[in-house]
Design a protein around this ligand. Structure first.
Ligand SMILES: [Cu+2]
Length: 261
């Protein structure tokens, strides 16, 4: 069985989502084939023939049939609901033992990645898409060790964003003043794309990042590199915006500081 035109599975969550997607399609297509078959059969079998003057027998207020029309769809909805609720609960379950924690802070229009266990961070500015190539090399990169269970702790600094790595088949909203979490295990080494999936302002479409799933040794190297370039410590959620985007700070006039900011 293929992936039902979904991306290749590179996370444990992706496997679950793919199974739900493919299973749902099998169910709805089966219902569709039966329904189309019955419609076609009725249209051909009971078509008006030459010499037919009278109406065929009319079925109205047929209680058993109307019960059937009600019970079967309710049953189908209940089955879909069961599997969806079961998988959703598993996808957002954070009670499993995790191997590492990555605290992600979304901001207009980029990302801060805090590697909590290594006490280092990566910070990005939005990708200026101007038609030239090579922009991916400038995107902030999220490193993850392969086959390790990661807990993502998601916060937004300013407006609503959404953390999305299409290849992982997992996406979660990031809301100011609220912390969202999910866990996931990347199961394949590779480079994947990440993006913001919630319209968050003028440069929402440029709020991009890359994900590198690497062997543990390479991950450790990256942690050491971040430390060596001075990215020690974690970036808090409530830090002001112009402090976070050194490149943009010169272009955007700093707002007047008031009170606690
Ligand atoms: Cu955003």
């Amino acid at each position: 069985m293929s992936n039902g035109f979904l991306p290749n599975v590179v996370s444990d969550s992706g496997r679950r989502v793919t199974d739900l997607w493919v299973g749902s399609w099998i169910a709805v297509l089966s219902v569709g084939v039966i329904t189309w078959g019955l419609m076609l059969y009725a249209a051909v079998r009971f078509r008006k023939r030459k010499g037919d003057e009278t109406l065929p027998v009319q079925l109205r207020y047929n209680v058993p049939m109307e019960l059937l029309y009600t019970v079967i769809p309710v049953f189908m909805v209940a089955v879909f609901f069961y599997y969806t609720a079961r998988d959703e609960a598993a996808l957002v379950d954070t009670s499993t033992k995790k191997d590492l924690t990555v605290s992600v802070v979304a901001k207009q229009w980029s990302w801060d990645f805090n590697y909590v266990d290594s006490n280092v961070h990566e910070t990005g500015v939005h990708t200026e898409l101007d038609g030239t190539t090579g922009k991916r090399a400038q995107m902030p990169v999220l490193y993850l060790p392969v086959n390790k269970r990661v807990e993502f702790v998601l916060n937004a600094r300013d407006v609503i964003h959404s953390f999305w790595v299409p290849s992982f088949m997992m996406k979660m909203d990031m809301l100011p003043g609220r912390t969202n979490k999910f866990q996931l295990t990347p199961t394949q080494v590779g480079t994947f794309q990440g993006k913001c999936a919630e319209l968050c302002g003028a440069y929402h479409s440029q709020m991009l990042f890359m994900v590198k799933v690497v062997p543990q040794a390479e991950y450790d190297q990256e942690m050491a590199r971040l430390k060596s370039i001075g990215n020690e410590g974690l970036i808090p959620v409530d830090v002001s915006r112009e402090e976070m985007v050194p490149g943009d700070a010169n272009k955007i006039p700093a707002p007047a500081r008031t009170g606690s900011n």
